[in-house]
Design a binder for this molecule. Sequence first.
Ligand SMILES: Cc1cc2nc3c(=O)[nH]c(=O)nc-3n(C[C@H](O)[C@H](O)[C@H](O)COP(=O)(O)O)c2cc1C
Length: 206
Amino acid sequence: MLDLHSISMRRGMLYETIITTVNSDKTPNAAPIGVICKDKDEIVVYLHEGSRTIKNIKNNGTFVVNILKDPLVFVESTMGNLSLEYFLEFNDNYAIQEADAYFLAKVNDLKDIERKDQFGIDKSSIIRADVEEIVKNKDCVEPLNRAMYGVVEALVYLTRKDMVSGETEKLYNLRMKEISRIVNKVGAKEHKEAIKKVMTAWNEGK
Ligand SMILES: Cc1cc2nc3c(=O)[nH]c(=O)nc-3n(C[C@H](O)[C@H](O)[C@H](O)COP(=O)(O)O)c2cc1C
């Protein structure tokens, strides 16, 4: 039996995926959504109010998580919707044909919450879901996680530290803080340790 570990999803980490759902007129919908691996067969997603994805999940109680790294699929599903030829039918839902892996998720708990964040009052739903059936299209599946990219970006800025001053330095300071925030949110222990070292070096002598 396949579980989330067999598609390299590690407990506590947040992966950028494409979630596919079924609209009320039975057409498919796709949107990029962060998925947290809670356990080998359970995930958690935080969905902001107002998206089709949350509406469909509330209506249907199931959805499909697609693991892939095609940049155009991310762009098209964010800016509009993917054209129909991308989808295939899967367990009364839709999946993305070219995905490295995909799985059916069945909601086991849904809470609507309101909280204050950096953008104001955020209304969202926290959804816990059981992983029901995993399809693996590749031997080695590597789900997308932003932490490593963040560490690399921060390192590039660090190597330019002595070359910048004034407004550029201020801009770099803001970017470093934001990168550090993201790495700490989505990364594993080693990413957090790495970004801590980079931030210490960045702040040295200030
Ligand atoms: C990489 C990435 C990750 C995202 N993660 C989330 C998320 O975890 N929760 C959420 O509500 N929106 C998230 N979004 C925003 C939604 O994808 C976006 O609002 C989308 O337009 C919703 O589409 P829909 O109305 O078809 O559901 C993310 C966007 C990107 C690009």
